[in-house]
Design a protein around this ligand. Structure first.
Ligand code: BG6
Ligand code: MG
Length: 216
């Protein structure tokens, strides 16, 4: 395959925000009177904000009307933002920035494909917004992952055929979205959840374009 673009998920690939999502969602659960564990939190990875709330409510065995759900989702986000607004460039996961710089230098397009509506705020906090030729976030799509819309939009924005794109993802829904988009996918993290990916790496620490070509 001729790699012309790399499309990166944000949460769990470039920065570990799952811990902040967890703290913020757990607070909502406690308010509603039940425990929300880190294991439950695994189910929220890659999933949209509203779908996350639905999963949380399912865990607590609670059903709420749409207006109350909107209020809770907004409250969770305000809580989440107090952590996000303190993120520093030190929180970029090891090797991610170096890999972005390497592929850019070699003429490969870079795009972000994140379900998060806070993606631009997070990239700005990490001071890496300028490393992306295109940014697609949760405010720009109508269909969440595993629908391929996010990644197809990213490919279109950098003017690259999906067959020449590689997606980097840490969540099952994201890997499914990449496959549905007709792209190859590198799973970042533990093989346990990423069996569907074309290749799995624990992190970006030792990744290079040459290694990517060898394994994809
Ligand atoms: C994804 C995260 O990237 O973004 C999910 O993996 C999160 O956990 C989703 O729910 C939406 O994020 P936000 O910032 O719009 O609430
Ligand atoms: Mg993710």
């Amino acid at each position: 395959m001729n790699i012309k673009a790399c499309i990166f998920d944000l949460d769990g690939v470039i920065v570990d925000t799952a811990k902040y999502h967890f703290i913020a969602w757990r607070e909502i659960a406690l308010q509603l009177g039940f425990e929300f564990t880190e294991q439950h939190n695994e189910r929220l990875k890659g999933v949209s904000r509203m779908r996350s709330l639905d999963i949380l409510l399912e865990v607590g065995g609670i059903s709420l009307n749409a207006t109350t759900k909107e209020v809770l989702a907004e409250q969770k986000n305000l809580n989440y933002l107090t952590y996000v607004l303190q993120i520093t460039p030190n929180e970029i996961l090891p090797g991610a920035k170096e890999f972005l710089l390497e592929i850019k230098k070699l003429g490969i397009k870079t795009a972000l494909g994140s379900a998060s509506k806070n993606a631009v705020t997070i990239l700005n906090r990490l001071e890496i917004t300028n490393l992306f030729d295109a940014i697609v976030d949760g405010t720009m799509v109508t269909k969440a992952k595993p629908d391929p819309e996010i990644f197809l939009k990213g490919a279109e924005m950098v003017n690259v055929n999906p067959a020449n794109c590689i997606v980097f993802e840490d969540a099952e829904a994201g890997i499914e979205a990449a496959i549905a988009a007709g792209m190859k996918c590198v799973g970042v993290g533990s093989p346990e959840f990423l069996w569907n990916a074309n290749w799995i790496i624990p992190d970006f620490k030792t990744l290079s374009l040459a290694k990517l070509y060898e394994n994809i």
